[in-house]
Design a binder for this molecule. Structure first.
Ligand SMILES: C[S@@+](CC[C@H](N)C(=O)[O-])C[C@H]1O[C@@H](n2cnc3c(N)ncnc32)[C@H](O)[C@@H]1O
Length: 281
């Protein structure tokens, strides 16, 4: 049977990735996973940064952080006229949702970019900006934990060191606290079965996520979940999505950042995340 694709907008359904369906990602993470106070932390860093700041939100997803920065700025009448905001992600459906739902701040400059966290220098080369000029680089919501292939964490930090403005640029990188390696069992938040969750943009459509299996091997936690999309009682799509999260320790992070030429300045501790702020050493 051919079923209509429910993957977001121009994106393709990618059964191995949670990020093929940006609407469900937003609903699920805001219900079960996100600490929304993080955007305030990043906004305070933005205010403390360069007078004409360039902000690069790496793995921006549906643009939650950029949206939060714009909301905080609007609340306090922050002047955007000299600010450049860049949201970069490697998932077209996520970026498409960001582009459609978030408007550029008045007089500010907002760009959405399809690109990789491991090739930041190359991505910025296409912009009318000096490459080493990022004043605030953000990798939020513990996304670094998904860089599980050997060498990817190092590659990311090497790129951070290349694009930050020497002297004053800051990188704020979030680590999910429950994935710190302590010897205790780990799990992603959320129920084993979400039940049917209604779509907010497609009447009659529901999403249901059911946990299938978990395991932790060689410091990588792996979780498979089945996501079923229905139109009333008709199943439109059923995909198995596997998420991998690497366990981390402070020692590992210090080693990678030392090699990259980054220095840890301070950490902000939230209930579920640790946001670690670095500069070029
Ligand atoms: C957990 S979401 C975080 C979204 C957003 N930053 C937030 O805080 O809500 C992770 C995002 O990272 C993106 N991503 C994963 N690996 C990436 C990579 N190597 N380069 C760029 N984006 C990546 C995914 O497409 C997804 O949108």
């Amino acid at each position: 049977m051919t079923v209509p694709e429910i993957a977001d907008e121009q994106g393709e359904s990618q059964s191995d990735s949670f990020y093929y369906n940006a609407e469900f990602y937003d609903i699920y993470t805001s219900k079960y996973m996100i600490d929304p106070t993080d955007t305030r932390i990043y906004f305070d860093q933005l205010r403390a940064s360069h007078r004409q700041p360039i902000v690069l939100d790496v793995a921006t997803g549906t643009g939650r952080i950029i949206k939060g920065l714009i909301e905080h700025a609007t609340q306090v009448g922050h002047d955007w006229s000299q600010t450049t905001l860049i949201g970069l992600d490697n998932s077209a459906p996520m970026l498409d949702r960001a582009r459609k739902s978030i408007l550029a701040p008045k007089a500010g400059n907002l760009t959405w970019m399809l690109g990789s966290a491991f090739e930041l220098e190359a991505a910025l080369t296409g912009m009318p900006l000096p490459v080493s000029a990022v004043d605030l680089l953000i990798l939020s919501f513990g996304t670094i934990t998904h860089f599980t292939v050997a060498g990817q964490g190092q590659q990311f930090f090497n790129q951070v060191a290349k694009v930050l403005r020497p002297g004053s640029g800051r990188a704020a990188v979030s680590f999910y606290r429950s994935f710190e390696k302590t010897g205790q069992p780990v799990r992603l938040p959320g129920p084993a079965d979400t039940g049917r969750i209604p779509s907010q943009q497609r009447p009659g459509i529901t999403y249901q996520e059911v946990l299938l299996e978990t395991n932790t091997l060689d410091d990588v936690y792996k979780e498979s979940r089945q996501i079923t999309v229905r139109d009333h009682d008709t199943v439109l799509e059923q995909n198995v999505v596997t998420t991998e999260c690497g366990l981390w320790t402070e020692e590992m992070v210090k080693r990678m950042t030392d090699v990259a030429g980054l220095r840890g300045l301070y950490q902000v501790v939230l209930p579920t995340e640790l946001i670690w702020v670095f500069e070029r050493s």
